[in-house]
Design a protein around this ligand. Structure first.
Ligand code: PMT
Length: 414
């Protein structure tokens, strides 16, 4: 169960630190990759060399003791850990953790990690029941820190009672149970994987209007509100897809639970789409992307000079066309915002840009196109009109569009 698990073991300055040797030895024997971080006081009780020999990994204690110039150790350890275990955990480290202190390698790593954290307290019985210590432990437990309760019995200080660090064997049993539970939960999550006609599909959606800068305070944009694209992203998620929404200028908040990447210009959007395109199954280009941008965005605000001003524009990269040339298995859906000859212009774009479907909206129609909550669209494939949707909400347009796409996607496993 511990095979390959990266366990960062924090050792702090209590007499129980000697037990860290047994912990390191047994965890390593069980296949764990143990990385020890010692506090300065821990080194009064046990040497770095002992723990380094048992784990076959360098032992850290000083935040500024960087061994590998390209790696910030405490961040690296924090990121690689599957579990951070502090054993023994003195009253001091518990207080520092509860109050978010970061004055050495261990406390810095504890703040930087997103891995689960467990502590095995060890201290004098009266310290263990001191209100300050009790409050600090309650704080940590409230944050999800796992607590391995100390054992009862004769303490190093001669007292009898609760405060002696739990035995290494028991700690390891707790750690093993933790990973077993984690595996079981992961299996359940997998079973509860999203269902729906787009389950398992990676869907990329672009939305909103790009912004093409003239200078730091002026830009060229369009009337896209992002509603159409956002509706498609939400519908895709409802249908079980893994959605990546790339949003240009919009006044809407990112939809709940959907990975949303903000972009500004056509070039930014191009770059963002190209980063995820190859790994995607469906791409829906609902964004209103500028066809032209100023040749050069001025670094400072342009001053008013003559009666007229000429702005030289240059074509932007046609993202959809680029995708049409690059696609392999991706299902590519373009949009066409037209004001006349809708079918002719839309089907021309479908062909030129090698789309699987193109969604044409006559943006001069009442309730259609930019900024509205509704839309009416005609959807074409290479053979012509496949679906004509009367005025309805953009959410309904999105669902109908994606249902059509799902029907045309190659079925999994076939
Ligand atoms: O956002 P809303 O307010 O809800 O409005 C929705 C909408 C009207 C913006 C939407 O329904 C729509 O029509 N989006 C496409 C707008 C547009 O740019 O259409 P177009 O005909 O100019 O572009 C054709 C296709 O090429 C679009 O998929 C567009 O994303 C894409 N394109 C265009 C230019 C460019 N440089 N790169 C592109 O990828």
């Amino acid at each position: 169960m511990l095979n390959g698990k990266v366990i960062v073991l924090g050792v702090t300055g209590g007499i129980a630190a000697y037990k860290a040797a047994a912990l390191c030895s047994k965890l390593t024997q069980k296949g764990a990759d143990v990385h020890v971080i010692m506090t300065a006081s821990a080194k009064q009780f046990i040497t770095e060399l002992t723990l380094q020999s048992l784990t076959k990994n360098p032992v850290y204690s000083d935040t500024f003791d960087e061994r590998e110039p390209s790696v910030v150790s405490h961040i690296h350890l924090a990121d690689m850990a599957d579990l951070v275990l502090v054993a023994p955990a003195t009253a001091n480290i518990i207080a520092k953790m509860a109050h978010g202190l970061a004055d050495d390698m261990l406390t810095t790593t504890l703040l930087a990690t997103t891995a689960p954290v467990m502590i095995s307290p060890a201290m004098n019985v009266h310290m263990y029941t001191h209100p300050a210590v009790v409050t600090n432990m309650e704080t940590l437990v409230s944050r999800g820190v796992g607590m391995i309760e100390p054992g009862e019995g004769l303490l190093a200080c001669g007292y009898v009672g609760k405060g002696r660090m739990e035995e290494p064997e028991t700690i390891i049993e707790v750690v093993e149970r933790f990973f077993q539970q984690q595996e079981a939960e992961r299996a359940l999550d997998m079973e509860a994987a999203p269902v729906g006609p787009l389950a398992g599909k990676k869907v990329v959606v672009t939305a909103g209007g790009t912004i093409e800068r003239i200078d730091p305070v002026r830009y060229i944009t369009n009337d896209s509100s992002g509603k159409m694209g956002f509706a498609i992203a939400k519908a895709a998620k409802e249908m079980g897809a893994d959605v990546h929404l790339i949003a240009a200028h919009t006044d809407m908040a990112p939809p709940e639970g959907i990975r949303t990447e903000k972009v500004e210009s056509a070039q930014d959007m191009h770059d963002a789409v190209m980063r995820v395109f190859d790994d995607s199954d469906i791409v829906v280009k609902a964004a209103a992307v500028a066809d032209y941008r100023p040749v050069k965005a001025a670094a400072s605000k342009l001053k008013k000079l003559g009666e007229t001003m000429t702005l030289e524009l240059v074509k932007t990269t046609d993202i959809l066309e680029t995708l049409g040339k690059r696609k392999t298995s991706q299902f590519l859906i373009g949009f066409a915002a037209e004001t006349d000859q809708v079918e002719a212009y839309a089907t021309d774009k479908l062909r030129r840009k090698n789309c699987d479907l193109i969604v044409a909206n006559d943006v001069t129609k009442a309730g259609a196109g930019f900024g509205t909550d509704t839309n009416t669209v005609q959807i074409f494939d290479a053979g012509g009109l496949v679906l004509e949707l009367p005025l309805m909400t953009k959410e309904d347009v999105a669902r109908r569009l994606l249902t059509l796409a799902a029907e045309r996607m190659p079925k999994e496993g076939i």
